[in-house]
Design a protein around this ligand. Structure first.
Ligand code: ATP
Ligand code: MG
Length: 313
């Protein structure tokens, strides 16, 4: 399965446990600090590669040490980084994540080069050749999302490439107008509950998913953290609970869910079965620090999903 991951690639620096930031110049000793390749495109790219997909990443990075490290991490997981867009003089998008003892993850983010992607950075030959085009973080890609993304998604659809999208931030209501032309050509939208509520202005998740579907999205899969997910199609709504696992850090659970879901889709599983693979991948990531924790490969992720019935959370 070939996937192009287009959009937000971020270097995450995570430490745990951080119950609070020490006052003044105070100091705290942590159990663990990790650096990972993350973001709704980059984190999903790493997880897809671990699950056996052939992955090409396209996203903006600076020419700084952070960017070199990010590319090296992606490459070490087997992601093709030759098409990443280098931006001389700009910083690579990066996030500091002080992980709370309960696994919650406040994020301190510096976008750097994030908003600089243009249509010229996207090799349409790669898009046509891929099985899936996954767009991560259209909400943070600046003018690209309005000016270039709808045409790229339409091109993908016209060339038989399935399309998916996940958001990075909890956007605002105005974002819906920017995303609507892209949603027209989006097969799968996989936001979390806060994001779809904020963008659509609807509190009820099925109604919120309905707003995106009315714009043209085929299937909306809303992830709801420890509760699981909701699959909304024209045929109705299915709910799938998460796995009950000892949580260390939920950073990247959504990215892992997307990766598992897309691999399931690529293997022609039913939507609930694809979501089950997504749920298993996400549960593995939740048990370690960082968005690349936990997942080893497809057989062990499938085995994890088969061994444990969801519904116990
Ligand atoms: N505490 C948890 N226990 C078990 N599974 C979890 C937990 N939190 C998340 N998950 C799994 O991960 C999936 C995605 O989680 P969530 O809705 O938090 O995504 P997200 O907010 O997009 O995360 P991120 O943006 O960091 O990748 C859920 O559907 C669920 O299967
Ligand atoms: Mg997410």
């Amino acid at each position: 399965m070939k996937v192009v991951c287009l959009g937000a690639h971020i270097l995450d620096v995570l430490g745990r446990p951080v119950p609070d930031i020490p006052p003044g110049q105070g100091r705290r000793t942590l159990e663990e600090i990790r650096i990972t390749a993350a973001g709704t495109a980059g984190g999903t790219a790493v997880d897809l590669a671990k699950l056996g997909a052939e992955v090409v990443s396209i996203g903006p990075v600076g020419d700084d040490a952070t960017g070199r490290l990010l590319l090296d991490l992606l490459d070490s997981h087997g992601v093709d980084v030759r098409h990443m867009a280098r931006r001389p003089g700009l910083a690579t998008p990066a996030t500091m994540l002080p992980i709370r003892p309960n696994g919650e993850r406040p994020a301190l983010h510096a976008p750097g080069s994030m908003g600089t992607l243009t249509a010229a950075d996207v090799d349409l030959g790669l898009v046509a050749d891929a099985d899936v085009l996954h767009v991560g973080g259209p909400d943070v890609l600046g003018d690209f999302t309005r000016d270039a993304l709808p045409d790229i998604l339409r091109f993908a659809a016209e060339h038989g490439t399935a399309t998916s999208m996940d958001l990075l931030s909890v956007g605002r209501r105005e974002l819906a107008d920017v995303l609507a032309p892209a949603w027209e050509h989006t097969g799968f939208l996989l936001p979390n509950d806060d994001q779809i509520r904020a963008v659509t202005g609807r509190d009820d998740l099925v109604e919120a998913a309905g707003v995106a579907r009315a714009c043209g999205v085929g299937t909306v899969v809303v992830t709801t953290g420890a509760q699981g997910c909701l699959i909304v199609t024209g045929d109705g709504v299915e709910r799938l609970p998460a796995f009950d696992v000892p949580v260390v850090d939920t950073t990247g659970c959504g990215d892992a869910f997307t990766a598992g879901f897309l691999v399931g889709f690529g293997a022609r599983r039913s939507l609930p079965d694809a979501a089950l693979l997504g749920t298993a991948a996400a549960a593995l990531v939740a048990q370690g620090l960082g968005s690349d924790a936990g997942i080893v490969d497809l057989p062990s992720t499938l085995a994890f999903g088969d061994r444990r019935s969801p519904g116990v959370a």
